[in-house]
Structures are given as structure tokens and as C-alpha cells.
Design a protein around this ligand. Structure first.
Ligand code: GLU
Length: 355
């Protein structure tokens, strides 16, 4: 279903509704759940066969399936969309960020939990960690198995996600991602496996913590700017600048780079080979693009590691930016936001070191 169709379908069903607990306790945290779809809300015709539809269940049905959730927090649910996250887009990111800011501006809400498909969870979470303007907890959960599967992982992830969103120690950490008993910082989390419930990993770094049956152990502190410390916000933005990702490979030509430039990209991220490298024709095309004012970020198609500045490529001379630890998808998010402030590659490089 398209985003627009999903919104229309859901608009009549949900307002600020969906109280999971009948009884209200004043002394437990208040968590707002924002649902966007994904496998966690997915249904399949048979519990043991392939084939399912993302976003089949609404937020209230999801919450009702989790035992004892009302003992962790007083929960209200809000349906923002009901899509497979492969259809996530800039407009919905802006809308979601506004809903998070609005929820956390309500003095009655202590934390936000977002349900989301896993395919683009690493991008949406990083975007939100850079633009949301509250220190209160923002936690994202998904699942690898649909709600109707044998051993569905969604209810456990929801339970743990609510526990983290209700934990005052989660304040100031930026957006967190909770799946399979692990708490990840949005900046570091990457999907690594097409089907495993242990698909998410904090690449290059340790996880933020662990959560088991709602009991939390916090580990690594976050050392990059998030939330109110970030200079970015959705403010009055109605669109985000176009940034394309180009995947490097042996014998890569300049054709797709030239096509991206011709189609109006304001920024380009190269998923380079090795330490952000590419063929000579591709390097020449990116050099031309950078000289014409398009911001070029060198990232890597490798699953981990840091792209080094001025190592094999003279980035100073070419006016390039290096992604450091950020993979191409996260580099694209940061570059889109950076381009709302400046097109100066020197300033943008500083942002890649700070966020
Ligand atoms: N492609 C779907 C999505 O990202 C399913 C993947 C998932 O949620 O696990 O929404």
C-alpha cells in the first residue's frame, strides 16, 4: 500500500486513541507508541510458509498481544502509517519527527516507542536521532517474523522496547533501537542478515546495552551529538535535498554518476570498494561533480571499518567528504540534513566527525 493510501486507511481508525491498559496508574511512566508498519505488524496466510504482508495489524492489536505491558507503562497508541519500511520516504520521516516532537512536548508523556519495518530502520532511527528536540527516550522496535509466525519475535521486542522507553536512564542517548534483547544507538546500528532474529549489530562499536524480559543493563555511552545537541531539526522543512547512493564495483563506469547529477542530485554518496575507493572513470566523474558544487561523500560497501581521509584518495584536493564510520545509508541521511545548512564540504566534513 502506498504511504498516502495507508494514511487514508488508518485516518478513520485512530486518533490519539488506543489505551492498552484500562486502569491508569499515575506513578508509572507514560509511553506514546507511534506505529508505522513493518513485519512486526505483518500477517501471513500460514504460520509456516513464505509470504506475508507488512503492516496488516494496527497499533492496538499489536499492543494487546503483549502480556503485562500495562505494568511497565501507561500506553497510548497512534498510527502514523502502516507500510513496509522499504517504502519509507523523506515526507514520512519529516511527519514522524514532528509526531515525536509533539508527543514529547506533552508533559504527560515520558517516552516514545516507534514500531517500524526492519529494512530501513537503521536510516529512520539515525534521522530521528539527529532531528528530534527532546532528551526524553525515543526507542524503535521491529521484528523479523510476522505477528502470525511460529515464535514471532515482535511481542518480546515490544515489551523490551517499552521497558527502555520507560527508563529514565535512556534520556539523552538519542534514538535507540531495541531488537533481540540488544539496545543499539541509532548511529551504529546496521541490519546484517536477511532473516535472522539476530540481524541487528552495532557496527564498529559495542551496543548501548542489553534488555532481557524488560530488565536493562546499560553499557557504552554515546559520544556523538544527538537530540537537542544536534544543529538539525525538521523545523519548517517540507522536503529534503536529493542525495543518491552509488555502489562501486570492478569496471564501474561514470554513467550512473552522470545520470544522478543530470537528474538533480545535490549530494552523492559512493559505496566505495575497500576504503571508499572506485575506478578511475568513477573518480573522475565524482571529481567533476564536486567541482560543480555537488557534495560528494566517500563511504564504503564493506560491512565495517572507517573510511580514512586523504589515504588513497586526496580528498582535500578533490573537495570530497569522508564518511568515517557511517555506512552509505547513514551517510545519505547526514548529508541530506547537512545540505539543509550548507554546501561547504569543509563544514560538512566537520559534521561527519561530530554526528
Ligand atoms: N520489508 C519489510 C519492512 O522493512 C519487512 C522487514 C521487516 O520489517 O522485518 O517493513
Amino acid at each position: 500500500m502506498s504511504y498516502a493510501a495507508a494514511i487514508v486507511a488508518m485516518a478513520g481508525l485512530f486518533g490519539l486513541a488506543g489505551h492498552a491498559a484500562a486502569a491508569r496508574a499515575a506513578d508509572i511512566p507514560h509511553v506514546r507508541v507511534l506505529a508505522t508498519g513493518g513485519t512486526i505488524a505483518g500477517a501471513q496466510p500460514s504460520a509456516t510458509d513464505y509470504g506475508y504482508r507488512s503492516g496488516a495489524y494496527d497499533v492496538n492489536s499489536l499492543l494487546k498481544a503483549v502480556p503485562n505491558l500495562d505494568q511497565l507503562a501507561d500506553i497510548t497508541g497512534e498510527q502514523v502509517a502502516n507500510i513496509g519500511s522499504q517504502d519509507m520516504n523523506d515526507a514520512l520521516w519529516l511527519e514522524l519527527a514532528r509526531r515525536v516532537d509533539a508527543a514529547l512536548a506533552d508533559p504527560g508523556i515520558d517516552g516514545v516507542l516507534i514500531t517500524h519495518g526492519t529494512d530501513t530502520l537503521e536510516e529512520t532511527s539515525y534521522f530521528l536521532s539527529l532531528v528530534t528536540k527532546s532528551d526524553e527516550p525515543v526507542v524503535m522496535v521491529g521484528s523479523m517474523r510476522p505477528a502470525t509466525a511460529v515464535s514471532a519475535d515482535g511481542p518480546g521486542n515490544l515489551y523490551n522496547g517499552v521497558a527502555v522507553a520507560a527508563d529514565a536512564r535512556a534520556r539523552g542517548k538519542g534514538t535507540l533501537v531495541v531488537l533481540n534483547d540488544v539496545i543499539h544507538y541509532a548511529r551504529n546500528v546496521v541490519k546484517t542478515d536477511t532473516t535472522s532474529v539476530a540481524t541487528f549489530a552495532s557496527v564498529n562499536r559495542g551496543p548501548a546495552g542489553l534488555v532481557h524480559t524488560g530488565k536493562i543493563r546499560w553499557f557504552e555511552p554515546m559520544d556523538r551529538k544527538v537530540g537537542p545537541a544536534s544543529e538539525f531539526s525538521v523545523g519548517r522543512l517540507s522536503t529534503l535535498p536529493r542525495v543518491d547512493i552509488l555502489y562501486a564495483h570492478a569496471n564501474m563506469s561514470a554513467d550512473l554518476i552522470d545520470a544522478a547529477v543530470k537528474n538533480g542530485a545535490k549530494g552523492l554518496v559512493i559505496a566505495g570498494v575497500g576504503d571508499g575507493n572506485m575506478t578511475t572513470p568513477a573518480l573522475d566523474a565524482l571529481t567533476r561533480a564536486a567541482k560543480s558544487g555537488i557534495v560528494v561523500v566517500r563511504s564504503t560497501r564493506l560491512p565495517s571499518g572507517i573510511v580514512l581521509r586523504n589515504n588513497e584518495v586526496n580528498d582535500d584536493e578533490k573537495g570530497f567528504v569522508v564518511s568515517g564510520e557511517l555506512n552509505p545509508a547513514k551517510s545519505r541521511v547526514l548529508l541530506q540534513l547537512a545540505l539543509t545548512k550548507t554546501t561547504d564540504p569543509v563544514r560538512i566534513q566537520k559534521m561527519f566527525y561530530e554526528y
